[in-house]
Write a protein that binds this ligand. Structure first.
Ligand code: CO
Length: 231
């Protein structure tokens, strides 16, 4: 017996239910997707992206990883952001964290968990940056939940620092990066009041300007001369 039979049976029931309500749903959807939102959330099985915001297939482009971390060298996440912004032309990127996140909790411990500790290091950095505030919270659960919020805030900023988002803003594309957090116990999503929609919203050190075309010329000339002189 196929051990995944339940999954396949559920799938047939799901597809049939949708077709009953909207006979052309799948054929229309197969032609194109035009989501307005990119969702970057935690892999946690309880934080069900489309369902918790009541969106239908085709309406949300989704990337999930442990503890919704955006690292500027993660090609997987960066490719998702580039495709979403430049090809699908999403208008909003939403980072969604959740209270009680296991990944964030693990990052607060001094126990070795294996490979994942390398990933969790990014959250430890958020912890370190906000140590003073976090040390002031006596209750352990409250401290974890605050770090879950701070982690979202940091990841929103990391998205804004990517060349993809900055290029979109430089080209006057409408794009806003938002941060929110989900409560497992209530099913409610809280807006963290984080909204970045222009280059000026970021710390100046991260604001990238396009280099002038001839900026490399002097060094090219030096290289040419070196070649000519056999250096
Ligand atoms: Co989580």
């Amino acid at each position: 017996m196929n051990q995944l039979q339940k999954i396949y049976d559920n799938n047939i029931a799901w597809a049939e239910k949708i077709k009953k309500d909207k006979p052309n749903f799948f054929s229309d959807l197969s032609k194109q997707q035009s989501p307005e939102y990119l969702w970057i959330g935690c892999s946690d099985s309880r934080v069900v992206a489309e369902q918790l915001v009541g969106l239908q297939p085709g309406e949300l482009f989704v990337h999930r990883n442990i503890a919704n971390v955006v690292v500027p060298t993660d090609l997987n996440c960066l490719s998702v952001i580039q495709f979403a912004v430049e090809v699908l032309k999403v208008k909003h990127i939403i980072v969604c964290g959740h209270y009680g996140c296991g990944g964030v909790k693990a990052s607060m411990q001094r126990i070795e968990h294996g490979l994942i500790d390398n990933w969790l290091c990014h959250i430890k950095s958020v912890h370190q940056k906000n140590e003073e505030e976090l040390l002031g919270i006596a209750d352990e659960t409250e401290r974890l939940d605050r770090l879950c919020e701070l982690n979202v805030i940091e990841q929103v900023k990391n998205i804004c620092h990517t060349t993809v988002v900055q290029r979109a803003w430089r080209n006057n594309k409408e794009l806003t990066v938002h941060g929110c957090i989900y409560t497992l116990e209530t099913g409610i999503l809280k807006d963290l009041d984080m909204r970045f929609s222009a280059m000026g919203d970021m710390n100046d050190i991260f604001q990238l300007r396009q280099p002038k075309r001839d900026v490399y010329k002097p060094s090219l000339n030096i290289m040419k001369n070196n070649l000519r002189d056999g250096k």
